[in-house]
Ligand binder design. Sequence first.
Ligand SMILES: Nc1ncnc2c1ncn2[C@@H]1O[C@H](COP(=O)(O)OP(=O)(O)OP(=O)(O)O)[C@@H](O)[C@H]1O
Ligand SMILES: O=P(O)(O)OC[C@H]1O[C@H](OP(=O)(O)OP(=O)(O)O)[C@H](O)[C@@H]1O
Ligand SMILES: O=C(O)c1cccnc1
Ligand SMILES: [Mg+2]
Length: 493
Amino acid sequence: MKITKDLYQGSLALLTDFYQLTMAYAYWKSGKAEQEAVFNLFFRKNPFQSGFTIAAGLEYVIDFCRNFNFNESDLAYLADMKNTDGTVVFESNFIEYLKEMRFTCDLEAVEEGTVIFPHTPIIKVKGPLIQCQLLETALLNIINFQTLIATKAARVVLAAKGDSVLEFGLRRAQGIDGALAASRASFIGGCSATSNVMAGKLFGIPVSGTHAHSWIMSFDSELEAFYAYADAFPEKCVFLVDTYDTVNGIKNAIEVGKALREKGKEMIGVRIDSGDLAYFSNVARQMLDEAGFPDAKVVASNDLDEHIITSLKSQEASIDVWGVGTKLVTAYDQPALGAVYKLAAIRDENGNWDPKVKVSQQSIKINIPGNHDIIRFLKNGKAVADMIYLKEDTSGKNIFTIIDPIDPTKRKKVNSDSMEQLNLLKPIFNKGKKIYDSPSIDLIKENTQKNLQYFDKTHKRLINPHIYPVGLEEKLYQLRTDLVFKMKNYEHE
Ligand SMILES: Nc1ncnc2c1ncn2[C@@H]1O[C@H](COP(=O)(O)OP(=O)(O)OP(=O)(O)O)[C@@H](O)[C@H]1O
Ligand SMILES: O=P(O)(O)OC[C@H]1O[C@H](OP(=O)(O)OP(=O)(O)O)[C@H](O)[C@@H]1O
Ligand SMILES: O=C(O)c1cccnc1
Ligand SMILES: [Mg+2]
């Protein structure tokens, strides 16, 4: 089986849960398919007990929406589906409808690299109910994973405090697509380069790397292996020194480094991949300095994550570059972000938005109804609070009360006169037409770092961060509460 083009046959439209298609059919049957709706994609908790989250995945979403149509083989597959009584699942007129269907929605989204928080929409889709519904699964699949990994990468990079972080995850990632998307998201989160060559080609991410133990083991001695590598790559020598005896490995690296220098080349450094990384990095630093290689870098790898890096920093390890694989690309300590996609409003027959709410025993699970927007308030260049609001409730106002969606006793008053305001949702598609200039991957990465600068360091602490205020504008909060009471029929009890 060919796993790329042939497997998908050039179309991703069936990359959805079956229930989206059964609902689509039922919307169509009941005449609701074209009714205008608004859906929001958001998550409920920052991952990794982080104080923030980094949005990523929009480029994939854009690509998915632009190619959102069912091809002949998709339609043939659906037309062939049978119920248990032998009748077709989808009647032929519906198959025809799907054949003609094109993406015609408005889509707004926070840009990749934006710092975001629970409850606020990352993506807002407005358009025919049937299309909004059919997009749900793929949009969640894309945003959930890339946002999760970009956030993990940002944490690892914060822990590295300005040192380069190389992403080494391909061999341990969740499959081929997981690996590619993780390399992209890791770069957005702040990694300097990836070892994943295909990600380099597809996304324009810098590719880098050292060599493995197998290289050393294929020779009779480590020294021979280092000399041979230096011959092949005099400009790219990072010698892996821990195959047999780390101290001896460093000695051998220094010997080959001196030989390189005689030829006018400088070794880049050494890599340590086992043992006590604090101890051996300090030994390496001292030996390299004493031998006249103060600029040679010490690269460390081996099951690193943000916590081990923080610990190594506090032990004053002499590590300049961090190679991070498994725990980054698999989001080891939290394998899913848990973002959801919920209907927020539907246009009634008079053309008004009818806000919708899903009631839950857990207040964290009650969505925010209405065709809402989100503003970030900034004071002197620092983010103060994010407000989810309905435009019609706020026009002409300058003083706002922002209420925590879970705990209404938590409130913040904001006077917008003394603040800068950022509209976080940017228009991406207008009636199916792309109106957004996609930034380069380098610009997205810069955007992440610029965004993080808006936030106080207490929100970026890796453990027990200070919670950044995000809430509902008072009137929206009231609308939501009233709607919950109405749907639960409290007035009749
Ligand atoms: N000084 C240190 N402080 C905290 N954690 C460290 C320190 N040195 C290494 N580590 C971490 O401890 C773990 C060591 O794992 P493990 O015992 O499997 O490796 P190892 O035996 O040294 O290497 P390998 O199995 O690859 O030969 C790794 O996650 C590594 O990043
Ligand atoms: O540890 P990670 O963060 O996933 O980084 C990637 C790892 O992949 C390589 O070796 P591999 O783990 O394949 O073999 P080893 O552990 O036996 O050296 C490399 O030497 C790192 O240890
Ligand atoms: O280039 C490296 O050093 C590398 C690449 C992948 C995995 N581990 C290490
Ligand atoms: Mg390993």
